[in-house]
Design a binder for this molecule. Sequence first.
Ligand code: ATR
Length: 287
Amino acid sequence: IPHFIVIGNPIVHSKSPEIHQVFAAQTGLDTRYEQQYCPDDTESFMAVVEAFFHGGGVGTNVTVPFKQVAYEACVARGGVSEHAKIAGAVNTLLLNKDKVKNGSSVKDALYGDNTDGQGLVNHIMSLGWPLEHAKVALIGSGGAARGVILPLIQAGIGQLTLANRTLNKAETLVAELSTASPTIHKHDINTCTTAELTGQFDLIINATSIGLSGDTLPLSYDLNCDYAYDMMYGRALPFLQHFVARGAQTSDGYGMLIGQAALSFERWTGHAIDVTQATAVLKKQSA
Ligand code: ATR
């Protein structure tokens, strides 16, 4: 039976096992997917990864706080996908089969991918929200924002504004990404502070870690959009409420979570997932 795990700390609240169980049922594959707790240090993470693949495991998801550690490990010895490289983070690990065949160690055969950004784009498209030529604002400049900029540009958006509490972090991120990817042009991305973000956008995405914490973003009274997306999930997200009050369509990030999981499953098994069907099943289960 193909064996998968998700490595994180904390890990007990991870919804990935439940999501992957629905994928297994949909594809008719007999798989095993488990949560794996790991102490928060690089040595422990690498020990968990090596033991898992030595034991015949097929693939792992990587979540907070190990996405950067996983990236460093893949860059140092194995390899990474273009999306992982631009994101500077890995959420999906597998072994390069050719390298394994040629006798490489697990460390040398590790391959890291990042499906978070494409998972977001796929979810937005499945909602029927237009991305092509869209005027988009992305709020936040941490790891979550970094991972979605290239997939958004590849989806054909027309204009991108990156807003952040700390303007300098937004500017640095744009400079770094435009150096790292020929697809990302520095002068095509506007930057401003979150409080300065005003006007009408087609789509506004919250990629800050603010979520359901007591804090709220200083959103301008004059900030409007047709579609608002919060990469966090849960009820009554303050960011979404701001735009519900202004008549926008909104979505939380639960579909992105399913979307990134579906892409990981496809990388590992070669079986495509009908995300719409899987989402319907998961919604029914949690209702
Ligand atoms: P993640 O991996 O979730 O992106 P991160 O790399 O720590 O986490 O980035 C957190 C992001 O949320 C940053 O953009 C941060 O803004 P700063 O760069 O100014 O720190 C933003 N953020 C976190 N808490 C916030 C708050 N209370 N108000 C506004 N922005 C906040």
